[in-house]
Design a protein around this ligand. Sequence first.
Ligand code: NAD
Length: 360
Amino acid sequence: MQLPPSLRQAIERELAACEPAKLRAASAHLTRSYHQALAGGVPHLSTPEQRADAEDVARRLGDLSAGVYDQAVMHVPIETARAAREEARRLNADCCVAIGGGSTIGLGKAIALESSLPILAIPTTYAGSEMTPIYGLTEAGIKKTGRDRRVLPKTVIYDPVLTLTLPARIAGPSGMNAIAHCVEGLYAPDGNPIISMFAAEGIRALARSLPTVVREPKNLEARSDALYGAWLAGVVLGSVSIGIHHKLCHTLGGTFNLPHAEVHTVILPHATAFNRAAAPEAMRIAAAALGAKDAAQGLYDLAIAVGAPIALKDIGMPADGLERAAELATQNPYANPRPVEYAGVLELLRNAYAGTRPSA
Ligand code: NAD
């Protein structure tokens, strides 16, 4: 489906006007109005490493704050979710502030799923979870995801200053994670031309900003640009369905406890190559946004340019787990342009394990 040129130009003008600096100004306003709206106890969620950030927000909220809960960890184990829910009940919380990456926001979502508590999210990575109604919970080694409007944060505050401390080794893979949302949005069966424009703009913003973010960590302009790309990517992920790439990452993350953003970085070029022939228009748009001839190779080269891992063997994947991963990923597969069959997925995983450059 094609957009009429006049509508397309109007949307492109809107996107061009939506500079990160303006997002920052808007967030200041949201902070004020949110403070006025809050009435009761507010717990602040974070990982143990980001406790100081959560304490800073708690201090600013003064008496409205109910305390800091710093036990967020990756993939939201069900035990962690249960403990956080219990703490929210104990504190009689009526709102939840989550400051951090997808793990912390994911913990807020686990609380909201059960209690409908509103979440105020302050993202400090590029994962994009703050813009989605998607939650994930890991139980007995299996990560399950679902969609529920109750977990979509009610307010999101983007402040690129908070990302200045994000080390290059986390920033690069985190940005690649956001690009993965955009790539899958381009071939989603329920996609549409507006989401495709968001996805292409998200890839463009992240591909141009990430190399600077990792090279010059204090470059606020590049950090703002990357957060802008992450916002677009989050909108894409929250609006349309996901395919083989996300299915594989959920399987590898939940079952083998591999680091989330790094798994996305390693799998993305190979999942893109897997779908290349079945989704030519998506590949054309992604390649153009990356400034590359081929989308899969452009993604692989970008991962190298940002110093991110490119092989599953380097991020903790056991060689004897590939068959099991292929089996799990082909059970109840997500909708995908190319049929998801065991042999093709195993080959994809073997290439990702070795970290070979996708062939043209
Ligand atoms: P993360 O939240 O696990 O953070 C990684 C590490 O970086 C943590 O130690 C954290 O404390 C630290 N960190 C974060 N921001 C920092 C900053 N500004 N300065 C210094 N350190 C900082 O990593 P992530 O990749 O953002 O999130 C991964 C999780 O998010 C996974 O569980 C994934 O499934 C989930 N996720 C969910 C969605 C969704 O829509 N539901 C989308 C994307 C990711």
